[in-house]
Design a protein around this ligand. Structure first.
Ligand code: ATP
Length: 367
């Protein structure tokens, strides 16, 4: 960590389109810095991922982790490649390991529809979709990540701890409260399966207990199966929702589907002291190297990083930068032209990035 206005950003471009969208996001961030001034980001690129594993035998070198630990925030593209695997056949996912290493328990997935891209839901009564899904990211059904040695039965144990759940709920209520100040409804929905599993009754109980500290936040409950239905029928009724790791894994993809797919869905993995910002999508080997990846999820993740740093270091400029980047994306998409390939257009990554930057410049210069 260093002086008030200087920030060290660790950058893991990763593999496949991770590299392409990271380049786009850093270009947007550099332009935002030039337009706004008053702060500086120092980028340090770090190796990790499937190709790193093939070349060095390590998917996540210790030196990369040590450097990332010292940074103010971490930007990550995407890691993994189907043909490159560990000897046991599993895929290379250092992004998952980083969540455990840095105790990044709150997976924040904003699900917001931007006018300009083809709408996904045809319901004529549809209202804007703009909610945040918080996925616990260090325990739940991902806690054991491995089966036993019994050749006849495979088991995974779901783990819900009081310590993590309390921090998760506090984070969820806090985020809901800060959104309320910006005009959102101020409702936090607890998504679980408390009618069947005692682990989820425990989880819900902690939601209630922590909720006593947040009387201004509206309480709401929904079983996960009903939530799958509601997210298709009436997603606009939600503000912030909090859920276990596996439920969040599934419903965040459903959420991304509501707003145009993985290329539109940013994310952040946040812990008490550290945070990683990355798109919800993977390395997309089918389009990697073609220069047609949609960089928006990554660019919006970079905006989330600016909000996070601004909030953490009480720096209003960085919140302004985050808003500027969002406005760049909004302005570009609102034109409904030169859309990314995954939104029915054919604009290359580089052109999309430049169009976002043009919108930011126009906004800054009051055009
Ligand atoms: P992972 O398992 O790591 O999540 P995956 O390869 O299964 O990765 P993704 O890479 O997330 O899945 O995406 C699935 C498909 O969606 C890709 O193969 C690609 O066609 C498309 N896709 C994902 N992200 C983007 C993007 N940013 N721009 C364009 N298309 C994308």
């Amino acid at each position: 960590m260093n002086g008030a206005m200087n920030f060290n950003i660790a950058v893991f471009p990763g593999d496949g389109i991770g590299i392409e969208v990271t380049e786009a996001a850093v270009k947007v961030l550099k332009d935002a810095q030039r337009l706004t001034g008053g702060f500086s980001f120092n980028y340090q690129e770090l190796p990790a991922g499937a190709f790193c594993y093939r070349e060095t035998g390590e998917a996540l070198p210790k030196a990369s982790v040590d450097e990332a630990a010292k940074a103010d925030a971490i930007l990550l593209g995407a890691c993994g490649w189907p043909e490159i695997r560990y000897p046991d056949g599993t895929e290379i996912r250092p992004q998952l390991e980083l969540r455990f290493i840095f105790d990044l328990y709150a997976g924040v997935r904003p699900i917001r529809y931007f006018p300009g891209i083809p709408p996904v839901l045809a319901n004529s009564g549809a209202r804007p979709i703009d909610f945040v899904l918080i996925r616990e990211s260090t325990e739940g059904l991902f806690a054991s990540r491995g089966t036993g040695k019994n050749p006849e039965v495979a088991t995974e144990t779901m783990v819900i701890t009081r310590r993590t759940t309390e921090r998760l709920m506090r984070f969820g209520y806090g985020l809901t409260r800060s959104r309320k100040k910006k005009g959102y409804p101020g409702k936090l929905t607890c998504v679980d399966k408390a009618n069947v599993f005692s682990a989820f009754a425990f989880y819900r109980n902690i939601y209630d207990q922590v909720g006593l500290e947040f009387p201004d936040v509206e309480k709401d409950y929904c079983y996960v199966d009903a939530m799958a239905l509601n997210l298709v029928l009436k997603p606009w009724e939600y503000d912030v929702m909090v859920m276990e790791n596996m439920f969040g894994d599934i419903l965040s993809d459903l959420g991304a589907g509501l707003i145009g797919g993985m290329g539109m869905a940013p994310s952040a993995d946040i812990g008490d002291d550290r945070a990683i910002f990355q798109p919800s999508h993977g390395t997309a080997p089918d389009i990697a190297g073609k220069g047609i990846a949609n960089p928006i999820a990554m660019v919006l993740s970079a905006a989330m990083m600016c909000y996070y740093l601004g909030n953490k270091r009480h720096n209003a400029t960085l919140e302004e930068v985050a808003r500027l980047i969002e406005k760049g994306v909004e302005g570009y998409l609102a034109r409904g032209e030169n859309l990314p390939a995954d939104q029915g257009g054919s604009a290359p990554t580089e052109e999309i990035t430049d169009l976002i930057i043009q919108e930011m410049e126009a906004d800054r210069h009051g055009m």
